[in-house]
Design a protein around this ligand. Structure first.
Ligand code: PLP
Length: 402
């Protein structure tokens, strides 16, 4: 018998599976077993990828565009991204300042590997996207979680930011519109944060992947566009996943100082190489082609946003503000904690999510996964019918709590 013992690297021993993907997997497994689960866990639009984008991919396949490409993306796609930044954000970049990766997630991963090391602190406002802290930690740096207050609409204030800065602070992550809260900073709020970053020499990571998912004409400004000085100490992350219902195609991109982009490209060249050639052609069509599918999707999300928030507020013990962006609602359920179901205490948002899954057959993500205990995240990227039925089930289940 072999006495071989498998020993994982110490560096990754505390790294867990992404909790949002874990919930999605659990709900899927229950559905496969015949449970009638209503899934509010999804981190992706429920719409199909628009046909013009699919056609561009089919054309790429049929014309034999199926081989390795330049590691950091083909020039035609980089040029489309450059045009997008000019058109939408009034930002001028060159090809050397752009990197196309296998999703926004890989953009952040490359960045963390290229830029962070032991001894660095990275300020991450909470509630945060689940993957920021582990990606910073994998790079050996320390995530500094800065809780944004619910009464400040889950946005950090300039004072909070300033107070969190230490001599070890290397960067701050700003994600607006935000996953999981759906909050979005106003341009003047970003400006106040940017002024501190410039004064104190803190690099800004601006994750703008939900840029196009804003309602009620909420204004959007890329933080990098405020000044040339600021642009030099900012990296903008964006991608096609959410805007064009292209989560499976895996295309994200980064724009920033060319030395940093070069280092990130080198990391990508030693890991995945180029993003899929076919997806790159599809992304060109997404960015440059007609945008009506995006507008239709946002109009539909807006209707659902109002329905889900109204429905949540009608449930006793639940409080939810109307978020200005994304396709997530992030209600406060803290008044339901410490209650009991069948004698078992519900002590945390995790317990509450488990209770909903088992008792109501409704999948939500617990706020604790995002550093937002006392809340749950519901994605309304699901049909209005599901939203109505899901809300009814949650209401019925909550009534059973003692
Ligand atoms: N950034 C945020 C805030 C997200 O919510 C996500 C996906 O959930 C991503 C980045 C990455 O998306 P993708 O890797 O599909 O481009």
């Amino acid at each position: 018998m072999s006495n071989y013992m498998l020993k994982l690297a110490k560096r990754i021993q505390d790294i867990k599976e992404s909790p949002t993907l874990a919930i999605a997997a659990k709900a899927k497994a229950m559905k496969a077993k015949g449970w009638d689960v209503i899934d509010f866990g999804a981190g992706e639009p429920d719409f199909d990828t628009p046909d013009n984008i699919k056609d561009a991919a089919i054309k790429a396949i049929m014309s034999g565009f199926t081989k390795y490409t330049a590691v950091g993306g083909i020039d035609e796609l980089k040029d489309a991204i450059i045009e997008k930044f000019k058109r939408d954000n009034n930002l001028a970049y060159t090809r050397e300042e752009i990197l196309v990766s296998c999703g926004g997630k890989q953009s952040f991963f490359n960045l963390a590997q290229a830029f962070f090391e032991k001894g660095n602190e990275v300020i991450i406002p909470a509630p945060y996207w689940v993957s920021y802290p582990p990606m910073v930690a994998i790079a050996g740096a320390t995530p500094i979680i800065l809780p944004a207050r619910e009464e400040d609409a889950f946005k950090i204030t300039p004072e909070q930011f300033s107070d969190a800065i230490t001599p070890a602070t290397k960067a701050v992550v700003i994600n607006s519109p935000s996953n999981p809260t759906g909050t979005a900073y106003l341009p003047e709020e970003l400006k106040a944060i940017a002024d501190i970053a410039v004064k104190k020499g803190i690099f800004i990571i601006s994750d703008e992947i939900y840029e196009k998912l804003l309602f009620d004409n909420h204004p959007f400004a890329s933080i990098a566009s405020f000044s040339e000085e600021l642009k030099r100490q900012t990296i903008v992350l964006n991608g096609v996943s959410k805007t064009y219902s292209m989560t499976g195609w895996r295309i994200g991109y980064a724009a920033g100082p060319k030395e940093l982009i070069k280092a990130m490209t080198n990391i990508q060249s030693q890991s995945t190489s180029n993003p899929t050639s076919i997806s790159q052609k599809a992304a060109i069509e997404a960015i440059k082609g007609p945008q009506n599918a995006v507008h239709n999707m946002v109009a539909e999300f807006d209707k659902r946003r109002k329905a889900i928030v109204n429905g949540l507020n009608a449930i006793k013990g639940v409080r939810c503000t109307l978020p200005p962006g994304t396709f997530y609602a992030f209600p406060n359920i803290s008044r339901l904690l410490k209650k009991r179901f069948n004698g078992k205490a519900i002590n945390s948002s995790g317990d509450f999510a488990e209770f909903l899954l088992e008792e109501a057959e409704v999948a939500v993500v617990p706020g604790e996964a995002f550093g937002g205990e006392g809340h749950i995240r519901l994605s309304y990227a699901t049909s209005m019918e599901n939203i109505k039925e899901g809300l009814k089930r949650i209401e019925d289940a909550v009534r059973k709590l003692e």
